[in-house]
Design a protein around this ligand. Sequence first.
Ligand code: DGY
Length: 316
Amino acid sequence: MESLGVLLTYPMDSYLEEELGKRCELFRLWENPPEKRGEFLRANAASIRAVVGNTAVGADAETIDALPALEIVASFSVGLDKVDLAKCRERGIRVTNTPDVLTDDVADLAIGLAIATMRLIRAADRYVRSGAWKAKGDYKLSSKFSGKAVGIIGLGRIGLAIAKRAEAFGCPISYFSRSEKPQTSYRYYSSVVDLAANCHVLIVACALTEETHHIVDREVIDALGPNGVLVNIGRGPHVDEPELVSALLEGRLGGAGLDVFELEPHVPEQLFGLENVVLVPHVGSSTWETCKAMADLVLGNLEAHVTNKPLLTPVL
Ligand code: DGY
């Protein structure tokens, strides 16, 4: 792959960056200040045939337009909302992602966030560390997760893996899905509001598209209600964040476990003081085992592209 010029749009997993550095010519977009990036792309455009991005920065229309020699976008993510797929299709640029290898980790985190939120694990940890346990010896009660009705938005690979895990906790499962409606015994709702009204824990696990933008809006949040918990391991823009913040501050929603945010890494600071909210920095797939597997898929796809072999995980 020595002849392959690869643009990294964002700092990557260290193993991936090291391996790419050994095998390709690397161009690091993020090392340039934002106002110099256009100039950097123009200066190196003739050499850049591949883009590797992730959930923070992918390949937008501006980047693709600046790269006439671009042949492939290999994303270090399963979600491709940061890649301009229409533009790639129009230009005949190939696109790959990293499905399957991260399914278990993201599903584990969804259940972890639900339990951490309902059992107030973050507040309990603070209670111990602050010495309050020794001083007072009491602690307030939390809510049970086992057996609670779980509603899942999106029953693709990750949604199904979450359902399987929740079933093991004795939770009845229902779901809403626009595309995948697998053969399952789970109850299907054709409206997200009805799903929210009939579950205790609502988990967002669908892809971000124009149709799923703000799929969790005020009406859905109110249907979930003061005993309901929202978990988002999808994308921040799935949820109308100002509505979510108001509902949590006003006690109209029981709690939230959030891995993703509308304008990440910006997180609404009003949430910082709430005990019934757990906030993590988009780490669904961030275990070293899974990051290595994702990196190997990116490397394998680039290798397949340059050697004219079938791509491992093609999207386009
Ligand atoms: C992805 O890879 O798209 C996910 O956001 C991982 O959490």
